[in-house]
Design a protein around this ligand. Structure first.
Ligand SMILES: *Cc1c(COP(=O)(O)O)cnc(C)c1O
Length: 372
């Protein structure tokens, strides 16, 4: 699905040299590489504060802790996303409220958010799924109306642009009150292990978050709040510093591959290619996800496996049907889109090193099979 080796070979010397330097200086934790990366990411995203942490799941959890959400507070998020999003809500004893998504963008449906709001609702967590910006104009409006926090799970969309209805272009993750991301190796900006970050433009919240990631400590050995230990290490920061200047180029390469796939599937009755709800800049194709609309998705997965073509089903089970998150409050009739998507979606190989002949071969194999 991804080709990390190919990408590494193009930045090998730079990465090897910075890793060697860290070993020579033993600045393993919170060294200069981490500080520099933080500044560079703030600049790139156009956000006032970046707080690096250990992974994208921690980033979400820390964001919720920093906002002071309390047990029983309801947090609305998408039924169709990776479990990390709902997991941290549950871990903090907040009440997850899963809602349906839109059929074309796969992103949380603002109308479903509206219907789910109660007097206990405190926050909305939109996920910019597969690299495409959620409908943040509508979501920010709902949040403002009901006085809710917006926590953007930006693990799949770093570098994507959002166009506000006031005509501003803002990077995803910097739109809501707080944003989070993951630097897991396969993400659009990935390190060589685990990593994550939290973003905000709010000075006070940033201060709180910097304490939360460090055992609730604002002054050495004074613990004002219950915190966690969540750090980005210097090695990972060095890798990210080498890759950040190339992120736009990497995202352009993904887009170019997506357009080639689109072209190859043009006119196919049973294949729906990804629908972009905004302009080209609002989708950075973390995944290239097709909908197979003639009921052959599972057979196709099996066939591609036999042909040794990688593919993935993100996600095969709606979160509201996962054992850990089943809740009698949910009604199947409230999730028609997610219940359908889990049967139709298939993600194809997508990375920065895809070759035209690979795309052609993958598309032909799929078309031949679907039309057999
Ligand atoms: C990857 C991912 C996460 C979690 O990130 P980790 O670094 O693996 O903890 C959270 N949310 C979404 C949508 C993701 O894709």
């Amino acid at each position: 699905m991804v080709d990390l080796q190919g990408q590494y070979s193009s930045i090998k010397d730079q990465i090897n040299n910075s890793l060697q330097e860290i070993m020579d200086t033993s600045a393993f934790i919170n060294g200069p590489e981490v500080q520099k990366f933080q500044k560079e990411l703030e600049e790139y995203l156009g956000v006032k504060h970046v707080i690096p942490c250990a992974n994208g799941t921690d980033a979400l959890q820390i964001a919720m802790m920093g906002l002071g959400l309390k047990p029983g507070d309801e947090v609305i998020t998408a039924d169709f996303t990776f479990a990390a999003t709902v997991e941290v809500i549950a871990l903090l004893q907040l009440t997850p409220v899963l809602v349906d998504v839109e059929p074309d963008s796969f992103n949380i449906d603002p109308e479903a958010i509206r219907k789910a709001i109660t007097s206990k609702t405190k926050a909305i967590v939109p996920v910019h799924l597969f690299g495409q910006t959620a409908n943040m104009n509508a979501i920010m409006e709902i949040a403002k109306e009901h006085n809710l926090y917006v926590i953007e799970d930006n693990a799949q969309a770093i570098g994507a642009n959002f166009h506000s209805k006031e005509g501003k272009t803002i990077k995803t993750g910097a739109i809501g009150h707080v944003g989070s991301t993951s630097f897991f190796p396969s993400k659009n900006l990935g390190c060589y292990g685990d990593g994550g970050a939290i973003f905000t433009n709010d000075d006070e919240l940033a201060h709180t978050l910097r304490g939360v990631v460090n055992h609730g400590m604002y002054e050495r050995y004074h613990h004002d709040v219950v915190g966690v230990n969540s750090r980005l290490d210097s090695f990972q920061a060095a890798v990210l510093r080498a890759k950040l200047p190339k992120l736009n180029m990497y995202n352009e390469a993904r887009k170019a591959s997506a357009f080639k796939y689109n072209e190859a599937f043009r006119g196919e009755k049973h294949v729906q290619t990804p629908v972009r709800t905004g302009d080209c800049d609002t989708h950075v194709f973390h995944q290239y996800t097709l909908k197979i609309t003639n009921g052959m998705r599972d057979e196709l997965v099996k066939h591609l496996n036999e042909q040794e073509i990688p593919c993935g089903v993100y996600y095969p089970i709606p979160l509201h049907s996962q054992k850990a998150y089943i809740d009698s409050r949910y009604n199947e009739a409230d999730f028609p889109v997610t219940n359908q998507l889990v049967k139709e979606v298939i993600a194809l190989p997508m990375h920065t090193e895809l070759e035209d002949d690979q795309i052609a071969h993958i598309a032909k194999t799929i078309k031949d099979f679907i039309n057999k």
